[in-house]
Design a protein. Structure first.
Length: 292
């Protein structure tokens, strides 16, 4: 399946953002990106094919101050970036001691994204175990705002010890979303703890043109709509036996990350096609290229 420009989701689904992790990935050149597209135009192209992108470069190193403003100027109105927090903040023995690193992370210019800034993703190491005092202190270090820009935070836990109600209570108090990470390697926590949902899907298969079967994508869409309506989708791996409903609709951020990463853009576009036209056969979602 090839990439292309598409219209924005219908108003009824405006709270559901669907995207990919990053935009620089060589196997996408010729499969998602048109052959010959200049590398510096890949973000411009990708941001018109999906409605959100998770910035991963910020995890590996601090970025030049002007990069965020440049990225924001490259994408259309209504587009949203999630930003992956620096590993200098999250790959620590004691997360209660990362206040200075958190300040440096935001000082690089994250808020230059302006109204295109979505949640900040804090991904913990797979070896990091749940320590109540440490995690409570860490959540308290995450700022509610920076330089006048309101911030939202999502916490991705990757150790089984985090599957407990104490974590959920802490996250709800802090207003932090616990990531629903649909991964074969890490624990699943489907409980909602904030006024938004952050999901990272990692099970794409290369033999499926859209990464997932039509039935799987339809189930994904159904879950996203339940989340957006403030409900809890049935059949997911909740920690609490009776998941708490929301008092209002939620904003949903759903990213296709890996598995067969080469299929991530096709998966995102197929899900967006379902959002736009529920009756459309996702297996025929196809080549709708914009001009390069």
């Amino acid at each position: 399946m090839s990439g292309g420009a598409r219209s924005r989701p219908a108003a009824r689904d405006a709270a559901i953002h669907v995207g990919i992790g990053g935009w620089t990935y060589p196997p996408w050149r010729g499969s998602f990106y048109p052959k010959g597209l200049a590398h510096e135009r890949e973000l411009e192209f990708a941001s018109r094919a999906v409605t959100a992108i998770e910035i991963n470069a910020t995890y590996h190193r601090l970025q030049p101050p002007g990069s965020f403003a440049k990225w924001a100027a490259s994408v259309p109105a209504g587009f949203v970036f999630a930003v992956k927090a620096s590993r200098i903040c999250t790959n620590r023995k004691n997360l209660a001691e990362v206040g200075e690193a958190v300040e440096r992370f935001f000082a690089q210019g994250v808020t230059e994204l302006g109204d295109k800034l979505g949640p900040i993703l804090w991904q913990l190491m797979p070896t990091k175990r749940f320590d109540p005092a440490e995690i409570r202190a860490f959540l308290a270090l995450l700022p509610k705002a920076y330089r006048g820009i309101a911030l939202r935070h999502a916490l991705e836990v990757r150790h089984e010890s985090f599957r407990n109600s104490e974590l959920l209570a802490m996250a709800r108090t802090a207003g932090v979303a616990v990531v629903f990470g649909d991964s074969p390697e890490y624990p699943h926590v489907a409980d909602c703890t904030a006024d938004f949902v952050y999901a990272r899907l990692r099970n794409a298969r290369e033999e499926e043109p859209a990464g997932y079967s039509a039935k799987e994508l339809e189930a994904c869409l159904a879950a996203a709509r339940e989340w957006a309506a403030g409900r809890n989708p049935p059949g997911l791996p909740y920690v609490d036996s009776t998941p708490q409903p929301a008092s209002q609709p939620r904003e949903v951020f759903l990213f296709f990350i890996d598995g067969a990463k080469v299929r991530a853009p096709a998966a995102a576009q197929a899900l967006l096609a379902l959002l736009e036209s529920p009756a459309r056969d996702v297996r025929r979602t196809g080549v709708r290229r914009s001009a390069a």
